[in-house]
Design a protein around this ligand. Structure first.
Ligand code: PEP
Ligand code: MG
Length: 745
């Protein structure tokens, strides 16, 4: 790197710092900056464009263009070369600007066309703030060094903006002052108002300038050494976590040792940046590359780099997760993504969760569902837009999020929450009444659970028991297979807290999307139809056997109810049942006390079981329909694919006929049948299932009130006649007929 370039750059940064330190308004500062840059780089023009709103850039200061055009010239994102720099998040450098695609001549600037144009984005990790442009009359392409130097300056301008250096001028461009609304994907229903709590607190760089490069180099090197040793430690601690995990960590570690990454940051320091500003500059560039990259492997690697930069920034600034800042009241967690264990750590403190990435079937979504807090995933840019303490509204029903909302929006939202609370109050009055239809039939309402923390809902919701206890969470949130004794203690605690109400434990349903961190991953072309649940349990019997032993030991002296997931043919159920009975016999042989009574059930989650031999139904002590899976396989529509998951209606005649057949076949064998998929918690669907013969429904605790309320208003025999008539008439979808009939009751 040329000596003169370094000292020029440092000189320029020193002048910018003086500008920042000097008293004066924001406009004066911007004017000074453009003047200094044009002077230092020897260009005829230097201009700063800042975002007025998310789509519009405004010329805010210029040296060289007509002064009257300041605050007059506006460009849409993507419009002209300036708009293109902003959209792409990368520089445009040309010696012949008019020949560039998208060039737009702006006569308002009052100047001739400047053929040489170099524009670089002003950005701060993922936040686009504006564009910095230099232009020259002389037709020359700017060198790589010029581009690099201008990027360093743009970085400093971005940091100055973050520190509020441009005052009023900046008010309109501040990314954290406006309302931001985003439509993501609903992963757990419910509505909440609260204050933002960022999982990864935003690091604030208070000094982007580095006067003493030697000192900044030393700080950077020290931080990098700390980063590397912390990664080595992580790797050593998780050495038993499997080959895949190891590979990921090794690549990650390789990045931390990347010479080119370090060299770029060292060059930034040479040009006058502080160590943290240098890290952030490289992080910004990686982020904008990430936004453009479509190759999944490259995206993963850029994510790694992003994550490493965050760690390095936290080391350098001492900021981050452990800043000691107090969580606001009614915290709503905002994160790019989060693991299940981390989310579980926050527990019920949270009122809601908004993720920038994530998916409906992710582990975090499973935990949010267990915690019964609204969750919106794929909320674009939310992590960038949100600041700790901002007001935020999360509508998990619609998948919308409003950050710093207008008062009118907040008021309407509060009305919605109040209405829901009022309805819950009304339902609370039904708590001790049976779900008895007007025809006299009583439907048992059970709840679904997956955490110890769910158990108090048994009492508050009035559920008669736990119809589905998902046992995956205890496996998903650990770094190693849980020990039998720990599981037994947990299951026993669950039973204690159920105070005699029945709890149906479903054995481990992993595989598919639910991959255990310590399990070797198998790349399956279609994991939902792959090696999961009972298939995996029967092939790898050790874990299933251990879980069954834990369940037996937890149930000593009381009844045990076990249910096997995803049974697709009779032989699988037979084998699983045998395994359970062998485990019971073993306990007996060992002289251990036993449960008072063991009942074994199967979940019907594939259409094949509606056509199973009658002996299958006779073998089961009970059957439960897992409608989430059953529906996805019946319609061949992935339950996690937003494009198709709402496409087919539960109340279609064909699906109801399948359910009716399952209910009838269970009835013929005298085996009790329940429905435990999400649809059981939707009142219209619930009464329909009841009319078809399901006498037990298991759902989220919050759904019990609304479902009971409707059941108590309906004559199930009448509804059954309506359903039969509609099918006889050839109606393909019964929703309209059923809802109209219910409305008339
Ligand atoms: C289902 O498939 O309906 C079910 C209850 O199981 P899970 O949602 O855990 O797959
Ligand atoms: Mg299922």
């Amino acid at each position: 790197m040329a000596e003169s370039r370094e000292s020029n750059s440092r000189k320029l940064l020193r002048r910018l710092r003086e500008t920042l330190a000097a008293p004066g308004g924001g406009q004066d500062r911007l004017d000074d900056i453009t003047h200094h840059i044009a002077d230092s780089l020897g260009t005829d023009v230097c201009s700063i464009y800042l975002f007025r709103d998310a789509q519009t850039l405004e010329l805010c200061a210029t040296e060289g263009l007509r002064a009257e055009s300041v605050h007059k010239i506006r460009l849409r994102l993507g419009e002209g070369l300036v708009g293109r720099v902003a959209r792409m998040g990368q520089p445009i450098n040309t010696a012949n600007a008019p020949a560039e695609p998208g060039f737009r001549f702006m006569p308002e600037s009052g100047e001739e066309v400047f053929p040489s144009f170099l524009g670089v984005p002003i950005q701060r990790v993922g936040e686009k703030l504006g564009v910095l442009v230099v232009q020259s009359r002389e037709a020359r392409a700017f060198s790589d060094d010029d581009i690099y130097g201008l990027e360093v300056v743009a970085m400093v301008i971005a940091e100055m903006a973050e520190l509020g250096a441009f005052g009023d001028n900046q008010a309109d461009h501040q990314p954290h002052r406006h309302t931001y609304s985003v439509h993501g994907v609903s992963a757990q229903e419910g509505a909440a108002e609260g204050r933002v709590w960022l999982h990864e607190a935003r690091v604030v760089i208070t000094n982007p300038f580095g006067d003493d490069p030697a000192r900044e180099h030393a700080r950077l090197n020290e931080a990098v050494a700390m980063l590397r040793s912390s990664l080595d430690e992580m790797l050593a601690n998780h050495s038993a976590s499997g080959v895949e995990y190891d590979e990921v960590m090794q690549t990650y570690r390789m990045f931390a040792h990347s010479r080119s990454w370090l060299r770029r940051m060292e060059e930034d320091i040479e040009l006058g940046l502080s160590a943290e500003a240098a890290v952030e500059k490289e992080q910004s560039l990686a982020r904008s590359r990430l936004e453009r990259a479509s190759d999944p492997y490259l995206r993963d690697r850029l994510h790694d780099l992003d994550d490493l930069s965050n760690r390095l920034l936290r080391i350098l600034t001492g900021q981050g997760r452990d800043t000691g800042a107090a969580m606001p009241e009614n915290p709503i967690l905002v994160a790019r993504n989060i693991g299940p264990a981390e989310l579980l750590d926050y527990g019920r403190k949270l009122k809601g969760v908004v993720l920038q990435e994530g998916s409906v079937g992710s582990h975090a979504a499973i935990v949010a569902r267990a915690l019964a807090i609204p969750l919106v995933v794929q909320a674009e840019r939310i992590e960038t837009e949100a600041l700790n303490g901002d007001t935020i509204l999360v509508d998990g029903d619609l998948g919308t999020v409003h950050l710093r909302p207008e008062e009118s929006v907040a008021a309407a939202f509060r009305d919605k929450i109040a209405m829901q609370a009022e309805a819950q109050q009304r339902y609370a009055g039904l708590r001790d009444l049976p779900a008895q239809a007007t025809c006299g039939t009583i439907i048992e309402l059970f709840m679904n659970a997956g955490l110890m923390a769910d158990l108090p809902s048994l009492e508050s919701s009035g559920a008669e028991g736990v119809g589905l206890f998902r046992t995956e969470l205890q496996f998903l949130t650990r770094t190693q297979v849980p020990r039998r004794a720990d599981l037994a203690a947990l299951y026993s605690h669950v039973l204690d807290n159920a105070h005699g109400k029945p709890v149906i434990f479903r054995t481990l349903d992993i595989g598919s999307d639910k991959v255990l961190p310590y399990m070797k991953q198998h790349d399956e072309p279609n994991p939902a139809m792959g090696w999961r649940a009972i298939r995996l349990g029967l092939d790898k019997r050790g874990v299933l056997r251990m879980q069954l032993q834990a369940l037996i030991r937890a149930s000593v002296g009381r009844p045990l109810r076990v249910m096997f997931p995803f049974v697709a043919e009779m032989a699988e159920f037979e084998a699983a049942q045998r395994l359970l009975m062998e485990a019971v016999s073993r306990e007996q042989r060992l002289g251990h006390a036993l449960p008072t009574d063991v009942r074994v059930g199967a979940m019907i989650e594939t259409p094949s079981m509606a056509f199973a031999p009658q002996r299958f139904f006779e073998m089961c002590d009970f059957v439960s329909v897992g409608g989430n899976d059953l529906k996805q396989f019946f319609f061949a529509a992935d339950r996690e694919n937003e494009r198709v998951r709402r496409r087919y209606d539960t109340l279609s005649a064909s699906y109801l006929t399948l359910l009716e057949q399952i209910a009838r076949r269970c009835d013929q064998s005298g085996v009790p049948v329940s429905f435990c998929g999400e649809d059981a918690g939707r009142p219209i669907e619930a009464v329909t299932f009841a009319a078809l013969g399901f006498r037990r429904l298991s759902m989220r605790p919050a759904s019990i009130g609304p479902v009971k309320h409707l059941i108590r208003r309906v004559d199930l025999r009448g509804l059954r006649e309506v359903i039969d008539e509609a099918r006889a008439e050839g109606q393909a979808n019964l929703r309209r007929t059923i809802t109209d009939w219910i409305a008339r009751q």
